[in-house]
Design a protein around this ligand. Structure first.
Ligand code: SAH
Length: 213
């Protein structure tokens, strides 16, 4: 499948929508204006790729709403070269945004089917994460810690301690916390045991699940 002028035009309209909804980070807007989101969705749903909505992907999961991706990415304040851990690779779209921002990306997915599909797909379109693993995001990736930032793209019933402890000092964890509805929450690590917490309103995600299948 290709990226056509039509897709590019639709993408610019999506960027305008994000700006109107309050997204300001130039790097994030540029990344989302560049990444062919339609390639991350099954071919039947191409017309839905550039509307600001979440959409079903494989294994009963969803590709996050573009506004949510932009909002979380903006909160991370990624600098080129930052080591970033992503929980919930899913379609790989958020992974691609992080890579466009210059991050070194490590990503964890617990659905075997999505893990296989996305770890093959991303390099095919030129997006190379440092590592994508099939595993449990509640545990993080201790061998690669510390991370400059950690982003969780599934709704977490609570904040997993391993994720807090794998943050670098000065690092940022962006995580939607809650059961049916999640509060977007940012933790900034100020010291070994000192975390600052900020909350940013309600979002809805598929749940972060504990047991692998
Ligand atoms: N960033 C993805 C979001 C996908 S939805 C995208 O935009 O496409 C959330 C993803 O988190 C799903 O793929 C789901 O399988 C995954 N997930 C849920 N619980 C998880 C866990 N404990 N560890 C890792 N991934 C998990």
């Amino acid at each position: 499948m290709k990226d056509t002028f039509k897709h590019q035009g639709m993408r610019q309209q999506l960027v305008e929508i994000l700006i109107n909804k309050g997204i300001k980070d130039k790097g994030v807007l540029k990344a989302m204006g560049k990444i062919p989101r339609h390639l991350f969705m099954d071919s039947g749903f191409i017309d839905h790729a550039y509307v600001d909505k979440a959409f079903p992907i494989a294994a009963d999961q969803t590709i996050s709403q573009p506004y949510t991706v932009a909002f979380q990415s903006e909160l991370l304040q990624v600098q080129p070269g930052d080591k970033v851990l992503e929980i919930g690779t899913g379609s790989g779209y958020q992974t691609a945004v992080l890579l466009e921002l210059g991050a070194k990306v490590f990503s964890i997915e617990r659905q075997q089917e999505l893990f296989k599909k996305t770890s093959k797909f991303l390099p095919k379109i030129g997006y190379r994460a440092k590592s994508i693993i099939f595993g449990d995001g509640y545990k993080g990736m201790p061998d690669e810690a510390p991370f400059k930032s950690i982003i969780v793209t599934a709704g977490a019933p609570y904040v997993p301690n391993p994720l807090l402890s794998q943050l670098a000092i000065g690092g940022r964890l962006v995580i939607p916390v809650g059961d049916d509805v999640q509060v977007m929450t940012l933790f900034i690590r100020k010291g070994p045991k000192d975390f600052e917490k900020h909350e940013f309103g309600d979002f809805r995600f598929v749940p972060m699940l504990e047991d692998k299948n």
